[in-house]
Structures are given as structure tokens and as C-alpha cells.
Ligand binder design. Sequence first.
Ligand code: IMP
Length: 433
Amino acid sequence: MHTAVIGTQWGDEGKGKIADYLARRHSTIVRYQGGNNAGHTVVKDGVKFPLHLLPSGILYPDKTCVIGDGVVINPLVLATELKSLTRRVDSTAKLLISPKAHLIMPWHVVRDGISGGQLGTTGRGIGPTYSDATARLGIRVGDLSKPRQAKLLIKHQATWNRHLINAHLKYHRLKPDSQFKKNLTPALDPDLVWRDYSKAWRYLLKSGASLTNVTQFLISEQQAGRRILFEGAQATLLDITHGDYPYVTSSHPTLGGLYIGTGFRPRRLHALGVVKAYATRVGAGPFPTELSDSVADRLRQAGHEFGTTTGRPRRCGWLDLVALKYAVQVNGLDSLAVTKLDVLSGFDTLKLATAYRLGSRRHTAYPALSDHKHRLKPVYHTIKGWTQDITGVRTLKALPQAATTYLNYLQKYLGIPIKLVGVGPDRSQIITR
Ligand code: IMP
């Protein structure tokens, strides 16, 4: 049976830790969407490894990691990430990269900087790269191994992007400062771009990464009876189609993204949703259970809720069961992993949203359009908290009664079992059932 790890909220649920934990029982670990907008920290023997683009299984030398067709890749970032990892560990997993994956080019980062501000994007060029892919203007990883073609594509795109960026600035009446101009010059210089990208690519190849037909590879893994772990990045409510549009990322973090992002149909798949024991969001967009009081500060501090990719403080709030139910349905989830339960220790009471009010009407389903979501008032179910430190607990039985009540309520409302519970950042701080 293969496994897909899917974010159920607005990202940062701790998918990386769960994927890292499950990687042990799988031969191959696959990223299928998103890019270096993702960020997670895998903790091994107390040492932190922040990852953005590399799949979580990269720390297991006996595994194969795949960057699939639906991922967008900045080769400079990938090379830097691999370099910093290989400096700190003796060996890493084998790395396979799809030639179909689109490249994040320097002009995508510039365009994201101009237009992504209102949405609070990560500024890594994700949206513009997916836009160009859909507009059939993209440059793909496979092009890097054909220098003449790649140089030509880069030249055309750099010229077109110069016009586009100038039009953007003019339309938005933006006056670029000297720093912006200084950054723009190398970003649009085709020779410099080719020099940097081909150098990063050569480094990746020299370090053992290889171009692979991902679909064929996964089919052969399945035929050989090997288990594959699909590691989703971002999360359901950030999905370009099913999330809080337009406050979303530009890929498909929902389960559907797996099929498009790999060209592979897993024969038997367990879809595991990862849910943080409370809710957070970065960037703009609706967040019905958001708090702005001392509870929010406490969650932020105790949960270290500051972005791995951008360092931004995350918005914090209570768990939203209505939104979670939607995630269970949209992905057809089989079970759940609850992370960061330990962060809730010490609260007198805990709240879970079970419905919303909009004017005089009560809603128990997550609305389709974002404009309504801004005005939703959550209806809460309140549960007594617990005071004990649970970071050392390794069995469900040993959890305080109030924590068990919290988990049982969640499980009953969502109608699927909780299989894993995270009680701390380390690999070992997981309760299984
Ligand atoms: P983009 O993916 O950089 O285009 O950003 C679009 C939206 O998705 C913004 O609100 C980001 O903060 C959010 N986002 C993107 N990646 C992540 C993630 O890994 N965790 C949480 N939020 C994310």
C-alpha cells in the first residue's frame, strides 16, 4: 500500500515530520507539486535540517527521492540545499528529477515580488512560474541538458519579461528604487542566467541527481512491490481550485495534484491527512477561527509559529472542524495524523469550531467563495484543557484524559481515525495506534 501525506489546513501542519517518520516504511519518497515555497524542518538526533525543495526522505541513504513533474524547481536553490545537506551528513538518498518540471527563473521571482504582495506570497516566484507553464511559455528542467535550446529560450524569455515587468511597474504606478534596478539587471541578463543555471545543474548531476521519467519509474517501483510515499506540500485550503481563491498557492496540494504531478495512478493508496492541533495561516486570506488575543501569542510562542521559508509570524487560532471536514471530503482522506498536540498543554479550556454564523444563518459546510469566509463567525465547542507536559508520552493510554477527549471529539466529528499523534518536534516524539 502506498501513502499520500496531505495538508488539511493552510500549510505548516508538520507534514515534513510525518513524511520523515513514514519514509522508513517506504522505498521511494515523491514530491509532486509546489516548489521552494514549502518549508519544513526534519529533526534527526536533535539536529535540525530545514528543507524546502528536497523530499523529506533525503536523509535516508537507502531511499530514492523523486522531484516529480508537477514541481517547480529553482536549480540554484536546489543545489544550495543539497550542498548544505551533504556538508552535514555522510550520505543522502538517491535523487531523481523529472525533465518535465518547470524551472523557476529569476524573472519569475521579480514578478512575484511586484504582484504577490497583496496575497502575501512567499516571493519565491511560484505563481509566475505556474502561470508561464500554463501559458506555454515555460522552460523545463529537461531543457537544461540541451544548451543551444536552453540559451535560446532564456534569451527570448528574458526579453519578453523585460517588457512584462516594465508594463507591470507602469500599470501599478510603481517607481523602482535603485536596489530593484540593481537586482533586475542580472535577473534579465541571458548570459548570466545561463551561466548560473547550467552551473547549478552541473553541480546537481555531479552530486548524483539524475533526470528520470517519473511515470515509468513509479510504475516499475509499483510492479516490484515497493511502497511509495507521496509528500504533499502546502495544503488543501491553499489549493488553486479547491482552496480560498485567490488567497492560494498556484498548484494543487489536494490529492488530485498527485496524479497530475507524477502521471502515475497508485493501485492501492492510503490518504493520510495531517492536521495541526490548532490552526495557523501565513499570508492573506480568510481565517474564521483566527485569534488576536493572548491565546494567539501563546500558541505562536509555544508552537514556534514563524515561517520556515520567510520567517513571518504566523496567524494563529483554534481548530476549525468545518474547514477540516471539507479537507477530509475534498481529498477522500482515510485517516489523520494530529501534530503539535503538546502545544495545547497548559490552556484552561480549548475550543473547536463546529459551525459558522453568517448573520442569522448557521453554516456547517465550508463555503465555496472567499468573500463569505471573511465574515463568518465561528460557533465553538469548548473542552477542558490539561496541564501536564505530554512531550514524553509515547502511548495513547498515557495521555491526560482531557487530551484524549480532545482527540476523540475531533475523530468523531470528522468520521475518520487518528493514526498518529505528534507530541514534539523530534522523530521519536510520535504516538502511533
Ligand atoms: P506562494 O505559494 O508563494 O505563491 O504563496 C501563496 C500563498 O500560499 C501565500 O499566502 C503563502 O503564504 C502561502 N503558502 C505557500 N507555501 C506555503 C507553505 O508551505 N506553508 C504555508 N503557507 C504557504
